[in-house]
Design a protein around this ligand. Structure first.
Ligand code: SPV
Ligand code: MN
Length: 612
């Protein structure tokens, strides 16, 4: 027997036929040497942590509670090419989607997984996406041979063994089957056989020959795809969004949700000094009695560590440099201390990193010099370890969201902050986000990509239907949230960024004030922008900075010509997509407003022109 009496008993207590079937199938397929069932008990949780150390997936660092994990040199980001959606039938997605007929995909991945756990230990655990005992909770069963994956999930998600008991035998849960495959020096060897197959027919995921959490941790981006499908069938939203409490006037707190493509400032917005964080990556949004309520699907952060330093990210830096449970991944380790890019410290010229033993000047297989740490190196930490955790992080009823922020990354078009003219204009703004590619995705960096709602990589429903669901969702609320766009990456003519890293605090506080009726705004063709006086005051009060009229004019002039170029790109994209009428009307209206402005005022128009 690969599973002991005691472990079997833990499973039987769940009284769930589907759980037993899935496990039997996984055992028959992967052929592990041993199966261990993990409950919510401290003992079981500690067993996983110890196992990750014992099997070499993690090692201890000098500071209490800190460990390091390495992914292989070719396993440092989400693998889009090998991530495929297994579908019943091919549909017109409106976007580029890597789909595959379900029986073909299942056959392909199961062949790779046949016997993949021979000689290894299989871990079986249970989690809740969203707070437990809540109208939002979605249960998930994880089977993996990676203690690092399970350990990460224990930090990032609410344990769900007890939650599975509450299922009362129902099969309404997601299943994730993962194997890191054959390991060499602790990292996945057969990268060519890496597959991440999301089976939308059976609500389950197969992922194999990978360790990077965006590929391996079932509950993160893999569960997210299944949740998007479910949300679209049940009239709620599963979004690539942070949730935060923005502190306006003393005693006033307004909850914001925000969608930003990878590495566009999402975590650092959610972590803004003086504010509170509910979540930094994935949210479920529901209409509860006419109100927009949302929860963080997670309870931890898998964050980019680059540029976390005392100046730019003081709260995270503090949390990462004091004793508590943290997994560092793909940093440099020297003398049991972690080093990362942009940490604001001198870095040793040798150590261990994602390439193995590292020394300054080391080159990769293509002759390219290997940096001491990876750009997509990360930390994994529980939110309640942070000084700015919001008191409603685990509230089963969620928080009431009053504003949504869509953040893109472009150097030449979008103003730093603007308020959308209406809910449907806001949905349009979200659906037309553009961003440059980053290191979180394997492949080329620095290409401008269209990323609707920062969710392109995860859309498992046709784009038109997804947008229609958004429109409907907002229209069904008593009051739709106000939508803002942000762009922290606007550059001036000299090619330099126009804003400091902390300026985002001013943009967010301005939006919070607007939601609460505090500021007037200037209506422009692309939305409402702040007035100089209000920003001046906010800059002074929050950053002790004397914001000048010249800065304001450069940042908030509407670059009409550039916006029209963007609208050209959008018109091209959407010309071949089946979109709702009201969305196409927003696009046409946007173009018409911009053209009228261009005809009258030219390519770049100062705010004062619109103020008149
Ligand atoms: C992202 O890339 O959007 C992330 C990290 O949040 S990953 O887990 O790789 O998706
Ligand atoms: Mn993300």
């Amino acid at each position: 027997m690969v599973i002991s009496e005691a472990n079997l008993k833990k499973l039987e207590q769940l009284n769930n036929k589907k759980v037993m079937e899935y496990l039997q199938d996984a055992i028959d397929l992967c052929k592990p040497a041993k199966v261990t069932v993990i409950t919510d008990s401290e003992e079981d949780i500690n067993y996983v942590k110890e196992l990750a150390l014992k099997n070499g997936e993690e090692s201890k660092l000098r500071m209490e509670g800190h460990t390091v994990h390495f992914d292989g040199i070719n396993d440092q980001g989400r693998d889009k090419a090998n991530t495929r959606y297994l579908v019943k039938e091919k549909v017109n997605w409106g976007i580029k989607v890597n789909d595959m007929l379900q029986p073909d995909g299942v056959a392909e991945v199961r062949e790779i997984m046949d016997g993949i756990m021979e000689g290894k230990e299989m871990l079986v655990s249970f989690f809740s996406l969203g707070p437990t005992n809540s109208p939002f909770s979605q249960r998930a069963m994880q089977i993996t041979d990676s203690a690092y994956v399970t350990h990460s999930e224990q930090i990032l998600y609410r344990t769900g063994y007890e939650e599975f008991k509450r299922l009362n035998g129902s099969d309404d849960f997601f299943l994730f089957l993962h194997s890191a495959g054959e390991l060499e020096n602790g990292t996945t060897k057969n990268i060519d056989k890496r597959r991440i197959f999301i089976d939308l027919v059976e609500n389950r995921v197969y992922t194999v020959n990978n360790q990077y959490a965006g590929n391996s941790v079932g509950l993160k981006k893999l569960a997210f795809r299944l949740a998007i499908q479910k949300a679209n069938n049940e009239d709620w939203l599963a979004e690539h969004m942070f949730l935060m409490g923005v502190q306006g006037k003393p005693g006033r707190k307004t909850y914001f949700a925000g969608a930003f493509p990878s590495a566009c400032g999402k975590t650092s917005t959610a972590m803004l000094p003086g504010q509170t964080i509910v979540g930094d990556d994935i949210a479920y949004l529901k209409n509860i009695d006419g109100k927009l309520k949302a929860v963080n699907v997670e309870k931890g952060i898998f964050g980019i560590i680059q540029d976390v330093n005392p100046e730019d990210d003081p709260l995270i830096y503090e949390a990462l440099t004091t004793p508590r449970e943290v997994i560092f991944s793909n940093v440099l380790v020297n003398d049991d201390k972690p080093y990362w890019l942009g940490m604001g410290q001198e870095v040793p010229d040798k150590g261990r990193n994602f390439s193995g033993e590292w020394y300054k000047g080391k080159k990769d297989a293509n002759g390219k010099e290997i940096d001491y740490a990876h750009k997509n190196a990360r930390y994994t930490i529980a939110i309640n370890e942070l000084a700015n955790a919001d008191d409603k992080v685990n509230d089963p009823n969620g928080v009431e969201v009053q504003a949504i922020v869509y953040g893109g990354r472009d150097s030449d078009t979008t103003v730093p902050v603007a308020e959308s003219l209406s809910w449907s204009h806001g949905v349009f703004v979200g659906a037309t986000i553009e961003s440059e590619t980053t290191a979180a995705i394997l492949g080329k960096e620095g290409v401008r990509n269209h990323d609707p709602m920062a969710n392109l990589d995860f859309l498992v429903v046709p784009l038109g239907k997804y947008v229609e669901n958004h429109l409907k969702f907002g229209n069904n609320l008593d009051k739709a949230p106000t939508v803002y766009s942000t762009n922290y990456f606007l550059k001036g003519e000299n090619g330099k960024y126009l804003n400091g890293k902390l300026d985002k605090k001013v943009w967010i506080l301005w939006a919070e004030g607007r939601v609460n009726g505090e500021y007037d705004a200037i209506e422009t063709p692309i939305g409402r922008i702040p007035k100089y006086e209000d920003l001046k005051e906010l800059f002074k009060a929050n950053l002790d900075y004397d914001y000048t009229v010249d800065e304001y004019n450069e940042q908030f002039s509407v670059r009409v010509g550039k916006y029209l170029e963007k609208m050209d790109r959008m018109s091209k994209i959407f010309s071949s997509v089946e979109m709702p009428e009201s969305f196409l009307k927003e696009l046409n209206d946007q173009v018409a407003r911009l053209k009228a402005t261009q005809a009258e005022h030219g390519d770049v128009v100062k705010p004062e022109v619109f103020a008149k």
